[in-house]
Design a protein around this ligand. Structure first.
Ligand SMILES: *Cc1c(COP(=O)(O)O)cnc(C)c1O
Ligand SMILES: [Zn+2]
Length: 619
């Protein structure tokens, strides 16, 4: 790295407001125009860049973000904060191309960056600038990935980092940010709320405000540079990009244009911007020919990384989409999750939902003629799937647990349980049953919907859970049936239980403790017990616990208890998971599914207890 001559430093770029066109000094603001609050843009003296550019080394050194330092607004190269980002694979997808009817399809796998997302390229420039400016601390609002990336870079730069994320941000991303040392808060609100708070925090305490601002765009341009290089110095015909704040799409466009202006490539691609239906402010503006973004108050999508309801860089993204002659479209969550599975299955690239959006858009783009089969298409796979495994698990079955015998493995093979995954996310809310069917009808339905052949015994177990749903006045959707099926099959090896719950009764009030009565059979003997608890579930479980412990057969402890709402809407079904351990360190995991949280909990408890009991008999 050659240090830049001090004189040129001040002049080779400047910050300009994209709204009022004013020039803004970076000491004054690096985020938004102090006069009109519009986003800023870095404008270069391209003559200067051209004169400095070493074309030989550009053409002959391996790709990575640091290679393009001449294209970044960094004055003091000693301050560069890097984790060796970029240089990600441009992977040719032959199977996926064939499946969709394209001849040349590539994935730019940005999940291969240091923190698993393209944002590291932006953090390279942004945090270098923060350091250059002598920032004492950095703050950032994020849907998760920005938090993890900025935290990683501030950690290297030895600056404290304050992060605000919306509550419920995927746990993998929070774990990353916290591990890098971020001081993280979850905000009960949306990303927009977190962004507003972070700006106030920055103003009040003088923290450097990181995020989707002008300097980040500069770093993220390197994706475009690398794509051009990887295609042997030719731009593709089309690049498909998921949009949240719109910053990244704008960054790619700027990168493509710079290489074009400098004669490093002879054409520009069309950009396609894609958002989920539950948060599509930029797509709506584009398709309605508007120049302004109407914010979405409550974004709702499985692709949490793009759930930005009020994207200020949407204006930049709109301009890029129009200038490039591209288009915009929105997809459902089900389509996105299907794309995610498709990509993983055919090309073994596991991305988080937002990263699957471009792949999921291919079919719609082809059938409407917005991309042509012979065109070179690049899809940006923006983020690594391990950041948010829970979303993928939404359309995958929980794997069955078995006792350690080959017999049990054989059962798995014979019943073809591995087929359930094919059910996927599609039509999860389609109503399948409104009344109790016959056992045969249940078996047929399961076979038709999930490809699984039930034995009469399993059909009976499925039927009794279906009855439970219907008798509580709930219709059984495809999603419900999948959970029922999984619950039954997960207990593939459930031993005939020593404990059976015949009935229970709970009395509960708002201010008092809940009181429960339970009737069970224990090893064939009828028993009755009661207990109190902080709530109805607690009371029933306490009563059961007291009964079985009194029998003295198995001493155990409830190590963990989790509740999950499986299906959305008013007819939600609940899945509870319990983990029990005993004195000999046997550990079992059991689950129960029901529209009723108490019933689901009782089921899980009973299954867990019976498993533990059987385990102790065996050892
Ligand atoms: C941030 C992010 C996006 C969206 O990029 P924007 O610049 O906000 O438009 C897409 N995918 C992933 C994985 C992201 O982290
Ligand atoms: Zn302005």
């Amino acid at each position: 790295m050659k240090a830049r001559a001090k004189k040129a430093e001040a002049t080779f770029y400047q910050l300009t407001c994209i709204g009022c066109g004013r020039r803004v000094r970076e000491e004054e603001s690096t985020t938004r125009c102090p006069h009109c609050q519009s986003p800023l843009d870095v404008r270069y003296d391209y003559g200067y860049i051209r004169s400095r550019l070493n074309r030989y080394s550009l053409r002959n050194s391996p790709i990575k973000a640091l290679k393009y330092l001449d294209f970044y607004p960094i004055r003091d190269l000693d301050q560069v904060v890097s984790l060796d980002e970029g240089g990600t694979p441009l992977y040719r997808c032959r199977k996926l191309a064939e499946a969709t009817g394209l001849s040349r399809l590539y994935i730019k796998n940005e999940g291969a960056n240091p923190t698993g997302v393209f944002k590291d390229r932006g953090s390279l420039v942004e945090i270098s600038k923060a350091k250059e400016q002598g920032a004492k601390a950095v703050c950032v609002a994020s849907t998760g990935n920005m938090a993890a990336s900025v935290a990683a870079y501030t950690s290297i730069a030895m600056m404290p980092c304050y992060v605000l994320v919306p509550e419920g941000t995927p746990i993998g991303k929070m774990a990353q940010a916290l591990s890098y040392g971020a001081r993280l808060l979850q905000v009960r609100g949306t990303y927009t709320d977190a962004a507003r708070l972070t700006e106030e925090l920055s103003r009040r305490h003088g923290f450097y405000l990181a995020g989707d601002y002008a300097f980040r765009v500069e770093g993220q341009k390197s994706q475009a540079f690398e794509i051009i290089e990887q295609l042997d110095w030719r731009a593709p015909a089309v690049v498909i990009i998921p949009m949240g704040y719109g910053t990244n799409l704008a960054a790619l466009w700027k990168g493509f244009k710079e290489f074009y202006e400098l004669g490093l490539t002879d054409r520009l691609p069309r950009l396609v911007g894609v958002q989920p239906e539950g948060c599509q402010p930029i797509v709506s503006a584009f398709n309605q020919g508007r120049d302004t973004i109407v914010p979405v108050a409550k974004p709702s999508t499985v692709a949490s990384a793009v759930a930005a309801g009020d994207p200020l860089d949407g204006v930049k993204a709109l301009a890029a989409l129009r200038e490039s002659g591209g288009c915009a479209l929105a997809l459902t969550d089900a389509e996105i999750l299907e794309g995610q599975q498709h990509l993983a299955r055919l090309e073994s690239i596991f991305v988080e939902p937002a990263g699957a959006i471009p792949i999921a858009a291919l079919t719609a783009l082809l059938t409407t003629g917005r991309i042509r089969p012979e065109e070179v298409v690049v899809c940006l796979a923006t983020g690594n799937g391990l950041k948010d495994p829970k979303s993928a698990l939404k359309v995958l079955p929980s794997p069955a647990s078995i006792e350690p015998t080959l017999q049990e493995v054989e059962k798995f093979l014979k019943l073809k349980l591995y087929e359930i995954r094919a059910a996927g996310a599609k039509n999860g809310d389609r109503t399948l049953l409104t009344e109790v069917p016959s056992k045969q009808a249940v078996a047929d339905l399961v076979r038709q919907e999930f490809g699984v052949r039930l034995t009469p015994e399993y059909a009976q177990r499925v039927l009794s859970l279906v009855e439970d749903f219907v008798n509580k006045g709930k219709t059984v959707t495809k999603g419900d049936l999948q959970y029922i099926l999984e619950t039954v099959l997960r207990g593939l090896s459930s031993p005939d239980g020593v404990l059976k719950v015949e009935d229970f009764q709970v009395k509960t009030t708002l201010h008092g403790k809940a009181e429960a009565k339970v009737w069970v059979t224990f090893a064939g003997e009828r028993l009755e017990g009661e207990a109190a608890g902080v709530g109805p579930v607690d009371a029933v479980i306490n009563a059961l616990k007291a009964l079985v412990l009194q029998r003295g057969q198995v001493f155990f402890e409830l190590a963990d208890y989790q509740v999950q709402i499986n299906t959305p809407g008013t007819h939600a079904s609940v899945e509870t998971t319990v983990v029990m351990t005993d004195a000999e360190q046997n550990r079992v995991v059991a689950t129960g599914t029901s529209p009723d949280i108490i019933v689901a909990s009782v089921r899980a408890f009973v299954e867990g207890y019976n498993l533990l009991w059987a385990r102790q008999r065996r050892t």
